[in-house]
Design a binder for this molecule. Sequence first.
Ligand SMILES: C[S@@+](CC[C@H](N)C(=O)[O-])C[C@H]1O[C@@H](n2cnc3c(N)ncnc32)[C@H](O)[C@@H]1O
Length: 209
Amino acid sequence: MVEPRFFETIAPIYDFLTKLFMGGTYESMRKRMLNEDTSQMEILDLCCGTGYICNTIEAKRIVGLDQSDAMLARNAKVKRDNKTLIKGNAYQMPFKEEEFDRIYNSSASHEFKLFSRLLKKSYEILKPGGKIVIFDIYQPKNPVLSLFMNTFVRYAVERGIMFVHTKEEWRQMLQEAGFVVEELDVIRGLYIFARASKPLNTAVNQPNS
Ligand SMILES: C[S@@+](CC[C@H](N)C(=O)[O-])C[C@H]1O[C@@H](n2cnc3c(N)ncnc32)[C@H](O)[C@@H]1O
């Protein structure tokens, strides 16, 4: 996990740098993540940062969780009546079972050595039929892109601490947590996009323990 101090420093220019690094992918991925009517749903933006998802999405209730004061302070500049921001560690999410219809996790999974733990907890706190939507950098198979990811991105952007997974590892992690994988796509050779659902009848798809 990147040291929390990193985001305290970078928060004022985080949005600018991310748009610069991601180019057109910044908006196209947000559009894909938010491609359904969520206006009556209860939403968790897990590792919400400055609000890429939680300041754009339409929902009945929006909860953003992040551990960085500075990122949350930027996020809080956008006032929304139905939004609650919580400072906390994603490894210890303070939520009840079956609380949310959707969980979003964008550009953050690579911060976690044990992202599978977050997936298991996400499964618990989603309602049956609920979905998790994930977007992040991943571990490319292409040797040139892999070199780029594991040199420039790993050391210049992430300061040496970065956990990325292949597409196959993503599928396995999601399935082991109990999810049904609906979409799992590599985007522009560098990113992974996943949408996975918790079955309506959870008795038939118990997560592996
Ligand atoms: C690269 S930013 C992504 C922010 C936002 N989701 C976006 O797409 O712009 C990663 C975020 O994860 C947060 N984060 C990292 N580790 C965390 C943890 N253990 N618990 C909660 N938040 C964490 C950081 O504070 C940061 O705001």
